[in-house]
Design a protein. Structure first.
Length: 398
């Protein structure tokens, strides 16, 4: 539906913002990171008439709105006075002030399915109950009411939404570049790219794609392998029965899609980043029908597999599996104390001895043995503290 009103805004050149009512006007200014404005117009004699010299956007009332939106003669324009590097989110509109200080509309941009949003809002409400009544809530209930403090879903969302909501697009690229340099060094582990700047370069009018909890189909090679080797990959009778198609065959589709904590795609060249995030939890060491399949190997398996998607417009079609990298994101404490989690061992194995990765993904008959060295180089480990040093607004509680 076409917006009913428009007003000229003189900032970074000249452009118009469009709105239907006062609330929409304020929201548009918030989205632009503008907190204070001047309102001016020109008379027929080109004399500048300053109507308001320093006005908070929250002080725009109906009279001011009418003058901006409905004036026919000497139509006023807006000049920003105070701006911020992020969209403005009033506290009463934040999902949670510290761990997710964004509007629901902002969060929804980064999910393919909005069914996930309720998880975040429900957790934030529980946390607010504790904040409102800290003294009366017993320690036994902290795990429920304060789960948000150690919830990797909140940590990863806050971190990357903070980066992606920056209004200066160059800062988004620079933050991503610095994270990748910290993880892999100055040179990308992908021969196609001579620099991270090249890997992150966008075509005109394109933006990076960020998705949380995105589903990537398991490789057909693995599903075929598992259906033929289920009795070698599991030992529990009821699991084997559940995986049976009939008395002599097992089901072909024994593994569902892999849920990626964060997925970043450059739609201009297919470069993409798979991110597995942890706070206190370890990686899983099995899936429903395979007691040997660990979470990192599973991510790398789907990351390096070719997939067919039914919808030609599916953004996942923009991924190039030969231009994928994997990042494990954890607290610094577990990287320093490198024998306290299973992922510590697996990351060391996979990055120093590619044959261990080949062994854990031995169904990948499409990958020659010499290629595992290059795949191993596309795996790295970065910490929440590393990202916090790059952008202090990320994980600001650290």
């Amino acid at each position: 539906m076409k917006k009913k009103y428009s007003v000229l805004i003189k900032w970074k050149g000249q452009s118009y913002i469009f709105f239907n009512n006062l609330q929409e006007l304020i929201e548009e200014l918030e989205n632009l990171g503008i907190s204070s404005i001047a309102i001016e117009n020109y008379t027929p004699w080109d004399d500048l008439n300053v109507i308001h010299s320093d006005l908070s956007i929250n002080d725009i009332n109906e009279d001011i709105f009418d003058n901006l939106a409905k004036s026919k003669q000497y139509k006023p324009h807006i000049v920003p006075i105070i701006t911020t590097p992020f969209p403005i989110v009033p506290k009463d509109k934040m999902i949670e002030e510290t761990y997710l200080p964004f509007k629901e509309e902002q969060l929804k941009r980064y999910f393919s399915n909005n069914k996930h949003i309720k998880y975040y809002t429900d957790s934030a409400k529980k946390y607010q109950i504790w904040k409102n009544d800290k003294k009366s809530i017993k320690h036994a209930k902290y795990k429920s009411t304060r789960q948000i403090e150690k919830d990797e879903r909140f940590w990863v969302a806050q971190t990357f939404i903070t980066i992606f909501e920056q209004l200066d697009r160059k800062k988004i690229t620079n933050d991503l570049k610095q994270i990748l340099i910290k993880a892999f060094g100055e040179t990308p582990p992908i021969k196609t790219f001579k620099s991270w700047s090249q890997a992150l370069k966008l075509s005109d009018n394109e933006k990076y794609i960020l998705r949380f909890e995105e589903n990537i189909p398991s490789s057909s090679l693995y599903k075929d392998f598992l259906s033929k080797n289920l009795t070698k990959r599991h030992i529990i009778p009821y699991v084997l029965e559940a995986g049976s198609k009939n008395k002599t065959k097992f089901r072909e589709n024994l593994e569902g899609a892999t849920n990626v904590d964060a997925l970043i795609i450059n739609p201009s060249n297919g470069f993409n980043i798979f991110i597995e995030a942890k706070v206190l939890s370890d990686i899983s060491y099995q899936v429903s029908y395979d007691i040997y399949r660990n979470q990192i190997a599973r991510n790398i398996d789907v990351m390096t597999s070719e997939h067919e998607y039914n919808n030609d417009t599916d953004f996942r079609k923009k991924m190039d599996n030969k231009k994928s990298i994997f990042l494990l994101l954890t607290p610094e404490a577990f990287k320093n104390e490198s024998y306290t989690r299973l992922y510590c061992y697996k990351m060391k194995d996979y990055t120093t001895n590619p044959l261990t990765l080949m062994a854990d993904l031995n169904h990948r008959t499409d990958i020659d043995s010499f290629q595992w060295v290059n795949i191993s180089k596309r795996i790295s480990w970065v910490t929440w503290e590393d990202i916090n040093k790059i952008n202090r607004s990320c994980c600001s509680w650290l």
